[in-house]
Unconditional design. Structure first.
Length: 328
């Protein structure tokens, strides 16, 4: 096995609270194991443009509690081309970098997978996204913080929804996954969630209305995943439908947007990020490559990146049942 002397770390795609805790863990674990660390700025763009900085232990001091990413991030179109990846590889070789650690979501790990197939450089992915949509890990860095942010917002919306006897459609992020919508609905005591994983979205709205919305309650909150299905979706779409089909209801929409990505990471996210960052260096030293490090049943697991990015992480039917029963 090749001796690893210098590892690069980058964050890519949408930022997620806890990314800094993860950069810190990667940096300090690598240094502990006598490796040099290079921080790469702006994700894959930084690999292509050689935005490299030597990281020491103090480069990551006082960062564990900070949201966003000190390495900055980007969604790189250039890295999706063979030419872009070749430039990135050339820059890594030129700078003596032996391995790459990518903290990011589905798109970022797809890039990592392409790169790892083309070049003989070990690549380790770490799940960093509020969407929680990577297969093989129970949760992703940033998901818990985003969930808590949403719940805090919905608690506030509940006050005004109650006071006015209104139905609120609250749209949350998640890209094509409904984890944030489903679990924030359970945690905030919402009346329903509309998510891409459950039936057709039209059925979900009809079911919610059919259950007798507001018969026994004077307000309702529906968490809506931003995911589009059959060319439509989102909170505006459902609100418009209710206004047309059930004009007796007073409907409002709140789109939480990017505030879900910011903020101080929760303890759970900091611990997860620290464990995963530490484990990424252990994995490299064991000779692992082209894997994502995740956590399953509280154990560190290695998942082939190819498997992790398949967009097929299921939402447990139990969660759908819990919400349906408890919101009656
Ligand atoms: O993947 C994280 C995420 O926040 C998704 O939930 C959302 O769909 C997307 O990124 C938004 O991306 P951007 O910040 O580029 O608008």
């Amino acid at each position: 096995m090749r001796e690893l002397k210098k590892v690069a770390v980058l964050t890519s795609g949408g930022d997620a609270p806890g990314m800094n805790a993860c950069i810190r863990a990667v940096t300090r674990s690598a240094i502990f194991n006598h490796m040099e660390v290079v921080g790469v700025y702006r994700g894959y763009e930084g690999l292509i443009n050689e935005e490299f900085q030597k990281f020491t232990s103090s480069s990551v001091s006082n960062t564990i509690q900070r949201g966003g990413t000190i390495l900055k991030t980007a969604r790189s179109k250039a890295f999706m081309t063979p030419e872009g990846r070749k430039t990135a590889h050339d820059n890594m070789v030129k700078n003596g970098i032996d391995a790459l650690i990518v903290i990011g979501g589905n798109g970022s790990l797809t890039g990592a997978q392409l790169f790892a197939r083309e070049y003989d450089i070990p690549v380790i992915g770490l799940p960093g996204t509020i969407d929680n949509d990577l297969y093989g890990t129970d949760t992703t860095i940033g998901y818990d913080t985003a969930l808590n942010t949403i719940v805090e917002c919905v608690d506030k919306i509940r006050d005004t929804a109650n006071s006015h006897d209104r139905i609120f459609f609250v749209e949350v992020m998640g890209r094509d996954a409904g984890f944030l919508a489903q679990n924030s609905a359970i945690a905030s005591g919402a009346e329903a969630a509309i998510i891409p994983e459950d039936k057709t979205d039209v059925d979900q709205l009809a079911e919610f209305i059919g259950r007798g919305v507001r018969k026994s309650k004077n307000s309702s909150i529906v968490l809506v995943s931003e995911a589009q299905k059959d060319g439509h979706g989102g909170a505006m779409y459902y609100a418009d439908r209710v206004r047309k089909e059930y004009p007796q209801y007073d409907v409002r929409v709140t789109i939480l947007g990017h505030l879900q990505r910011g903020g101080i990471p929760t303890a759970a996210d900091r611990i997860l990020a620290s464990r995963l960052g530490y484990a990424s260096i252990e994995a490299l030293m064991e000779g692992q490559r082209n894997i994502m490090v995740g956590v399953s049943n509280d154990e560190i697991v290695y998942v082939p990146i190819q498997r992790a990015i398949k967009w097929d992480k299921p939402i447990k039917k139990e969660l759908i049942d819990v919400l349906a029963v408890l919101s009656l």
